[in-house]
Structures are given as C-alpha cells and as structure tokens.
Design a protein around this ligand. Structure first.
Ligand code: SMG
Ligand code: MG
Length: 356
C-alpha cells in the first residue's frame, strides 16, 4: 500500500507499506491480526520475511486445529520460541479479535478498556529542510492533532525545533530519535531542554537501558523509551534504573496484548504515563491499537493518527480524527472493523493458506 508521504526516520525511509496480514478462521468467524514488522529489520530485528517464516513454520502450527478456551492461552504455547515478538503478536491479536467477535464483545471491552475515545498525536518524519518541517507541523496542528512528534537525528534537530517553537510556542511537542545518538552526544542533547519538549523518545541504542539512565540524569526533559522496552521485565528494569519516565507501548513490539497490558500495569503502579505507539498500520492494526489505548494508564496522546494521513484508501473503513483531537475506540465486535473485500483484493500480493 503506497503511503501518502515519504516517512523518513533516522534508520529508514518508507514509501510503501508491505506487511503480513493474518486471518484466523474458526467456526465461521474470522479474527484479523496485522503484523507490524516492516520490510527491513531496521526498527527492530524482525522483517516481513522473518515474520512469514516464523509464522508459517512455528507459530501457525501451534494454533491450527487446536481448541483454545481463551486467547490468553497462546503465550504459553509460544513460550519456546524466543523473540519474534511481532510475529507472535500477529497471531495473538488475531486470536483476541476472534474470541471477542465470538462473544459479540468489543476488543477494548474484553481487555479492560475504560475510554470510548483516545487523544491522538501525530509522528512527523524527517523533512528535507527546516521550512518543510515547519510547514508539516503547521498542517497537522491545523488538523487538530493534540501532540506533534518530530523525528530527529544528529544534524537535524536543534534547527528544526527552534523554528517550530518560534512559530508554535505552546503546542505539545516531542521528538523521537530512534536510537540515533550516543552518550557522547549528552551535552548536545542537553540543549534540547530549551524547547520544552514533553519527552525525548529513544535517543540512545535500541537495546540500551543503562546509558539512558545516565543521560536522564543530565536532562530536564523526561526520556521516553520505545525500542528498548520489549517486555514488562524491561519496563521494570528501566523504571528501577531511572532510564525513562514515560513509556511508548506497541503491542507488536512487545509480543501482543497481554504483555502490553503488563507493561501498562507496571507503569501505572509507578505513576508513569504510557501512550500507544504506531507502526504505520492499516485499519486492522490501528483498530487493535485503539482498543489497547483505551486502557486507563494511556494518559498521553499516541501515534494512532487518522487513516487519511497514511493511505489514500485504507483496507478498512477509515479512522478519522474528531474535531476535539480524539479518535473513537471501535465498539463493534472484536476490533470493530473488517478488511473491505475489494481493497483486500487490490492490495494483496500473495496468499498462503494453512490447513491441517
Ligand atoms: O504509525 O504514525 C505511525 C508511525 C509512528 O513514529 C512512528 N513510529 O519509533 O515510534 C517509532 C516509529 C516506528 C516506525 S517507523 C516506520
Ligand atoms: Mg519511537
């Protein structure tokens, strides 16, 4: 699916979204799971190719013709398979959707969501110039997003922030470096304190906690971790070390909804706000994310922006931004949306069917 914009981060440039979509069928009901792995292993270690392999060879056989009483039984089945969290999350979210649909209950309700709409922000990729950055901010502030997040990298940070802050002194502004800096950049990162950011997301290595804790002590701006938090155990360690004061939760990155929920609970017990991240999902993954973001600890605007920001035509009915900067949490059965038949046909490159 072509993206409406070039999404440049410190690690990659995305113009087309290619992904694995999983449909699990049982007793006449379909559950849908979008695998958030990207084409290349640059955000995290997984890619669409590794996900296809692990799904086909290891994960799907675990659930084929097996009677499960609840989606919560899946993690124990998949326990022997290390890592591959995005592939696992695809199966698990499809199972959650399937079970919630079978009960005629919304996924959000099924997992303990307490909100019917969530605050929404937007994540803006690296633009070629300072002026193009400001223009992009202008456009999305006008659309009503509650928080603007700018991708940054060394050489494309202070200049952009200064220009954005000059025009928008009071918007909620954050940055995401996707691990582009090192501790050697600490003095430089300290200068970002001047821009009154709500947080700096993942400035240092994608697997690091300790250096983030060292950096955090030098900055007034809170750190938010994304890539480094793969599990509730990571979240506990990060908070214990003082590596972050905010957590970005993505169900795909952490292996599914129960682990996302555990991270939410760890953070909540420590009074640490969380927000729901995004992986340029189609309507399927977006619906799953919205259900998760309805949990009570998700108190900051997330990256679950409107479908129209990403795609001319989504594969589901589009998600829209309400005038008050919120997005409705689907209340229909399961994730509340289904792929539109024609859109699915138009966008599908290859279908693989697994039966016993
Ligand atoms: O879904 O709007 C979205 C993308 C949000 O910035 C976003 N995601 O590190 O938080 C992040 C990135 C990871 C994906 S970049 C292709
Ligand atoms: Mg991030």
């Amino acid at each position: 699916m072509p993206l409406k914009f070039v999404f440049k981060t410190s690690f990659a440039t995305t113009t087309v979204k290619r992904f694995v979509l999983l449909e699990l069928r049982s007793e006449g009901i379909s559950g849908w799971g979008e695998c958030v792995a990207e084409e290349g292993p640059f955000y995290g270690p997984e890619s669409t190719g590794t996900a296809e392999h692990v799904l086909g060879e290891f994960l799907i056989p675990l659930v084929l013709r097996r009677n499960l009483d609840a989606p919560q039984e899946f993690p124990a089945l998949a326990e022997k398979i290390r890592g591959n969290r995005m592939a696992k999350a695809a199966v698990e979210t499809a199972l959650f959707d399937l079970f919630a649909r079978a009960k005629g209950e919304s996924l959000s309700r099924a997992i303990g969501g307490t909100r019917d709409a969530v605050d929404v922000g937007v994540s803006l990729g690296l633009a070629p110039t300072v002026e193009a950055t400001v223009e992009n901010v202008r456009k999305h502030v006008a659309q009503g997003y509650k928080r603007i997040k700018l991708k940054i990298e060394p050489g494309a940070d202070v200049d952009r922030l200064a220009a954005v802050r000059a025009e928008f002194p009071s918007i909620t502004l954050t940055v995401d470096a996707n691990a582009a800096y090192t501790l050697a950049d600490s003095a430089h990162l300290e200068t970002l304190d001047a821009f009154r950011l709500d947080y700096i997301e993942q400035p240092l290595s994608h697997e690091d906690l300790v250096d983030h804790a060292v950096l955090a002590k030098r900055l007034a701006t809170p750190l938010c971790l994304d890539e480094s938090i793969r599990s509730a155990a990571d979240a506990e360690a990060a908070l214990e070390l003082g590596a972050c004061r905010i957590i970005n939760i993505k169900q795909g990155r952490v292996g599914g909804i129960p682990e996302a929920r555990r991270i939410h609970d760890v953070a909540r017990a420590a009074n640490v706000p969380v927000w729901c991240g995004g992986m340029l999902e189609t309507g399927i993954g977006r619906a799953t994310n919205l259900a998760l973001a309805a949990l009570p600890g998700f108190t900051l605007p997330g990256d679950t922006s409107a479908s129209a920001r990403y795609f001319a035509d989504d594969i589901t009915e589009p998600f829209v931004l309400a005038a008050d900067g919120t997005m409705a949490v689907p209340d229909g059965p399961g994730i509340g949306v289904t792929p539109l038949h024609d859109r699915l046909q138009d966008t599908t490159v290859r279908i693989e069917t697994f039966t016993l």
